[in-house]
Write a protein that binds this ligand. Sequence first.
Ligand code: NAP
Length: 251
Amino acid sequence: MSRIHLMNILVTGGGRGIGRAAALLGGARGWSVGVNYVRDATAAAQTVEDVRKAGGRSMKLKYDTTREDDVKDMFGAHESYFGTLSGIVINAGITAESMPLAEFTTERLKRVLDTNILGTYLCAREASRRLQKSDKHNRSIVFVSSVASKLGSPNEYVDYAGSKGAIDSLTIGLSKELGPKGIRVNCVRPGIIRTDIHEHSGDPDRADRLGNMSPLGRPGEASEVGEAIVWLLSSQASYVTGGLLDVAGGR
Ligand code: NAP
């Protein structure tokens, strides 16, 4: 039987939405939680305050995950404040306006792929370097992918769907690289979750409209994804690696 370990984690895109929910649930377990964000300092400060109220330690970390130097500095700042890392939620991601591929600009493609693929790989590379040196007993990476990776998101954002397919592949490959070193790697694949991401992609009603058509008949809440994330991070999931866990209401 596994023992419960207090974790020291970093959550990319932790100020709002799914990342914020995971941060709060980590705080409620007494974990130390670095809250990364790139623009919304007010939301990140609120999340830090709420993690502390929930029982954890927290600080905000303003770094752009698409920039190599920022990623290194973010891990360095986190470690100086909290000590050796034991887990990470690689969650920062964006969508773009719904349209068929034929109408995409190159600028849009670069923005989505840079944030969702390059940023994710840069964070995963730095995490895998640091976790291999960490003396923590339970070491774990959780990616936030999407069921878009298997649905394809036609006429909405096939670039986003493809970027999540890359994260699924990274989960499988990295879990095989790091398993022999005792580090677990998993991802969650949310469905339609009520967060700001839909509004930011120009379709604020998307969560209710499409969520209501899912088998469970409603959109999901960020906390429902957060629960899956903290479980995968924790020592309670000690024999789970290489897993792609759908949190999608049957979608
Ligand atoms: P959200 O509410 O829009 O939050 C996105 C977070 O990512 C924000 O904290 C944002 O920072 C951060 N971020 C974006 N670009 C960044 C960058 N370059 N560097 C650092 N942080 C960055 O979105 P969400 O719905 O919670 O989405 C979180 C993850 O879940 C994404 O990977 C998304 O693809 C995935 N997902 C969401 C859904 C859904 O229906 N909501 C479904 C499937 C998968 P700021 O606060 O500073 O802007």
